[in-house]
Ligand binder design. Structure first.
Ligand code: FES
Length: 216
């Protein structure tokens, strides 16, 4: 370094070709390092903020619907929250003949119809979800009653949090055949965290209308 300074001094401040190339090389390395750091920071930052579709939504347990009652609409998160229990069957929710296990727990159901993507709604008079576009109908848990929808409504991953908003171990949505099954209620839950960035497609189960021989 001292030699280089002496050499530059000896040349009356004129930079040699070799020194010029060193400077260019150093500047290139510095630019590359800056770009890499910027990309790393961008990658590590969360893509979506809490409360924004694509991110996590916090729902108070006070807002949870009663068991097998009409779903709660969460428009910002684009999901319906349902509370299911087929051990207490009623008009809204009961087991179908091909369902061997009881369906118990909370699920967050994506608000987009699995046919061509219309926004369906809960219809109180008929106790089911109905799509205004082509008439698909779904049970409270999102299973198809009538087509043309090709499959059950999609679901988001969820978990229960305690009063300090810490996750309660063992309450994360479980995958069965790559689909989130409802999460059973737990005593010390104060909130439900729904991750709208983690969605699983519903399966293609038998139409419920076929069991009653009532398909249109
Ligand atoms: S988009 Fe819902 S039935 Fe066609």
């Amino acid at each position: 370094m001292a030699n280089a300074a002496v050499s530059a001094e000896a040349k009356g401040g004129v930079i040699s070709r070799r020194e010029f190339l060193y400077y260019i090389w150093g500047a290139s390395i510095a630019l590359y390092a800056a770009q890499f750091s910027g990309l790393l920071i961008w990658f590590l930052l969360p893509r979506f903020r809490e409360g924004e579709f694509g991110g996590k939504f916090l729902v108070s347990m006070d807002d949870l619907p009663d068991v097998n009652s009409a779903p709660i609409n969460m428009p910002a998160g684009r999901f319906w929250l349902v509370n299911l229990d087929t051990t207490q069957p009623n008009e809204l929710m009961k087991k179908a003949p091909d369902e061997t296990q009881d369906i118990i727990g909370v699920a967050a159901i994506y608000k987009v119809c699995t046919h061509l993507g219309c926004i369906y709604a809960w219809t109180d008079v008929n106790n089911r979800f109905e799509c205004p576009c082509h008439g698909s109908k779904y049970r409270l848990d999102g299973r198809r009653i009538e087509s043309p929808a090709p499959r059950t409504l999609d679901r988001f991953r969820l978990e229960f949090l305690d009063a300090d908003k810490n996750p309660i171990p063992g309450t994360q949505s479980e995958l069965v055949d790559d689909f989130y099954i409802p999460v059973p209620l737990t005593d010390n839950a104060a909130f439900i965290s729904v991750d709208t960035g983690d969605r699983k497609k519903g399966p293609s189960q038998e139409l419920l209308c076929s069991f009653a021989d009532a398909c249109p």
